[in-house]
Design a protein around this ligand. Structure first.
Ligand code: 3HC
Length: 689
């Protein structure tokens, strides 16, 4: 795991633990041994730590968290570097994240390659740096900047790292030889620079700026224990000597690892990666080359999808039926790019290059040469079928034909073509150029290579593709529909819209279901219920009154003078009471906990049905979809993980009670949920379908 090559007085220790050189117990032990050997070796004057592969070191092995920790722990290995009389230099070729950067920070110098990335992302998995990062980084780059970096968890590139002082130099040529030179210079100089010695960086002025940032961070996330712990650990830099600061960091770090939020975030981390493993596909499944694309429809969705291709460097033709909507769509896309360039998130040259990759055209025949066609036209089966039968005639042999439908039956769409093996769904979320999630819908006849190509393409577009099966609404919207129904039912039983929304935002969503409806427009659900059936007496009555939500200034809430936050409306509350009376439903009040259970348990129940029907391969896929497409709070791990934390016995028993109380059989626990509840099982323990 660690190759030790001594040459010309320098021991080069090369770490190798594919795929990302995570510092698991075996690697820690091997590194510790190699360091001890090199320090003891009289022929060695200096040491370089390098790594094999694209990533330098991705940090601690996250899969070890929550288990018994095997020694040596990372801080113990780093203490050996601190005590070393010989200089140790890190040669950082790729990402040095978390414990990986902490390893480098403990070294006496850091040389980075051009592709290095430097970051302490621990905050994103619910913890804080636990191997000296909170003590060394502030002493290198100043406490305020260091705190900001650890709070965002975002890495910086090599050049920025050099500007900040995280790395000593960036080399364009061979990294290890440069690190060797630096290591020998340090050996000659005799004095070893240690980040832990730089107390001069901690002047009182720096403290004031840090304290302001820390107070702000804690106010913004009062319930996140790791934000508070991060602030405390960095504060220790000012109040205590380095060694005591390290101990303070350990004291703050250790309990966070077992915090339920951290467990949920780790689940989300691994679930997201596991989603890439789709049953029936392997790396040997053939892929089709995708070099050009066509998008049918220049609406908000079509334009957003076209931008994804342009951003990824793939030329794309946007196709409309007429010139006017095409030009409107292209204009909107140009406007979005202009905005990005103005904000500085892309350069002007990049803006022009991206716009240049998008061509507009009128008429489906322009899709003839595309390797993939994504249809983002009107959400109506007749329209989609007409387009696909045309595409069948026009598209070149082997082209992938994808529909962006959110609800419709992809098998029925594929059936109008003579090549159903080439057809699948790619359900993007709005705004498509921003949202990472894409549900990749595998239809009955979709060929494995077509599915594999679409999933790979999703990654190329910098998306998070998750494979799902065909059903109404696929995974995400099918579960959403359950929540909408439950929310409407709660109104009839006496919960008020603002109470429901408050319970949902307190749970961790950015928005409640009614504010969401008002934002999306009540007319959308109203029309879709007309087309597909389903009843929502309150929402329908509001839509019939022309209360379409924010865009009309009135929906479930009122928005006087264009206000963004809705206000209660007595008219709506009276309408709800009247509707409940008409339906003979007695009204009562609900606690926030009851509201959460009444909304979320039916979602979990639907998730269980989705698993039994094999629409999703595993519970983690459902969690990944809800976290990334529907703003489920990541620190609650997604609906299925959350249900495990509540306890499936409780969830199943409550659902049985809801079914009894509401007379709604669909609330009965699904067979899978019931079985797991009876066996004392959990979704987390289920294997992939
Ligand atoms: N521990 C365990 N496994 C890890 C890991 C880690 N730190 N980082 C990545 N992996 C695994 C992934 O699960 C995945 O496994 P799989 O192939 O079996 O699904 C594989 O490595 C490849 O990972 P990605 O798919 O994410 O590969 P990318 O090339 O897209 O990204 C990366 C590489 C940028 C390094 C990304 O993996 C990443 O961000 N990793 C996590 C970094 C992190 O959070 N580090 C902090 C850890 S906590 C810590 O260090 C505590 C310390 O302070 C004591």
């Amino acid at each position: 795991m660690v190759r030790n090559e001594v040459d010309g007085g320098v021991a080069v220790l090369t770490l190798s633990n594919p795929p990302v050189n995570a510092l698991g117990a075996d690697l820690r032990a091997a590194l510790d041994r190699a360091l001890a050997e090199a320090i003891a070796d009289a022929t060695v004057r200096a040491i370089v730590i390098a790594a094999e592969g694209k990533v330098f070191v991705a940090g601690a092995d996250i899969s070890e968290f929550g288990k018994v920790r095997r020694r040596p722990l990372l801080p113990e290995v780093l203490a050996r570097i601190d005590a070393s009389p010989k200089p140790v230099v890190a040669a950082i070729g790729g990402a040095a994240l978390g414990g990986g950067l902490e390893l480098a920070l403990a070294c006496h110098a850091r040389i980075a390659g051009r592709h290095a990335k430097l970051g302490l992302p621990e905050i994103k998995i619910g913890i804080i740096p636990g191997a000296g990062g909170t003590q060394r980084l502030p002493r290198l780059i100043g406490p305020e900047t260091a705190f900001a970096m650890m709070l965002s968890g975002e890495p910086v590139g090599a050049d920025r790292g050099a500007e900040l002082g995280i790395v000593d130099a960036v080399v364009l040529g061979d990294l290890v030889p440069a690190a060797r030179v630096r290591a020998l210079e340090l050996a000659d100089a005799g004095r070893l620079p240690r980040a832990g010695d730089r107390d001069d960086r901690l002047d009182p002025e720096a403290r004031a700026a840090f304290e302001a940032r820390a107070a702000d961070a804690v106010t913004r996330e009062p319930d996140a224990p790791n934000v508070r712990a991060l602030a405390e650990a960095v504060r220790a830099c000012f109040d205590r000597p380095f060694a005591e600061g390290l101990a303070a960091e350990q004291a703050a770090f250790a309990p966070l690892v077992d915090d339920p939020r951290a467990r949920a975030l780790r689940h989300a981390f691994f679930a997201e990666r596991e989603a890439a493993r789709v049953p029936g596909l392997s790396k040997d499944t053939p892929r089709r080359p995708i070099e050009t694309a066509a998008v049918i429809g220049a609406g908000t969705m079509g334009g957003g999808i076209a931008m994804c291709f342009a951003n990824a460097g793939i030329p794309v033709t946007v196709i409309e039926t007429e010139e006017a909507p095409l030009q409107r769509g292209l204009e909107r896309v140009r406007g979005l790019y202009a905005g990005s360039a103005k904000r500085g998130s892309i350069t002007e040259a990049e803006r022009d290059a991206r716009i240049g990759r998008i061509t507009g055209a009128v008429g489906l025949e322009n899709a003839g040469s595309a390797d993939i066609v994504i249809e983002a036209a009107f959400e109506e089966m007749g329209v989609k079928r007409a387009i696909f039968s045309e595409l069948d005639r026009i598209a070149k042999h082997g082209a992938i034909l994808a529909t962006n439908t959110s609800y419709l039956d992809v098998d029925a769409i594929a059936a109008v073509t003579g090549r159903p093996q080439d057809v699948l769904g790619m359900h993007f979320f709005s705004p498509a150029n921003v949202m990472r999630l894409v549900e990749v819908v595998r239809a009955e006849k979709t060929a494995p290579e077509v599915l594999a190509t679409a999933l790979d393409l999703g990654k190329r577009l910098k998306k998070l593709p998750v494979a799902v099966g065909v059903c109404f609404g696929f995974v995400g919207n099918r579960i959403l529909e359950r929540r909408s129904r439950a929310a409407e039912r709660l109104l009839l039983e006496g919960a008020l819209p603002h109470e429901v929304d408050a319970a949902v935002t307190a749970f961790g969503f950015r928005m409640g279901p009614f504010a969401m409806s008002d934002l999306a427009g009540l007319d959308i659900g109203w029309r879709s219920r007309k087309d597909f059936g389903g009843r929502a007496p309150v929402a329908d009555a509001l839509a019939e009154m022309g209360r379409f939500g924010q865009k009309t200034g009135r929906g479930f809430f009122v928005y006087p003078d264009g206000a963004r936050a809705g206000q209660r409306d007595p008219e709506v509350e009276a309408l709800i009471a009247r509707t409940a009376a008409e339906h003979g439903i007695a009204q009562r009040s609900f606690t926030p906990e009851e509201i959460v259970a009444r909304l979320m348990y039916p979602m979990v129940n639907e998730g269980a049905r989705i698993l039994s029907e094999k629409i999703a391969s595993r519970p983690g896929d459902i969690d990944t979809i809800w976290i990334n497409g529907y703003n489920w709070p990541a620190w609650r791990g997604g609906p299925m993980h959350w249900a495990d934390t509540v306890g499936l016995k409780t969830v199943a028993a409550d659902l049985e009670r809801f079914a009894r109380e509401t007379g709604d059989d669909s609330q009965e626990p699904a067979p899978l949920l019931k079985k797991l509840a009876e066996e004392g099982g959990s979704f987390g323990a289920l294997k992939a379908a």
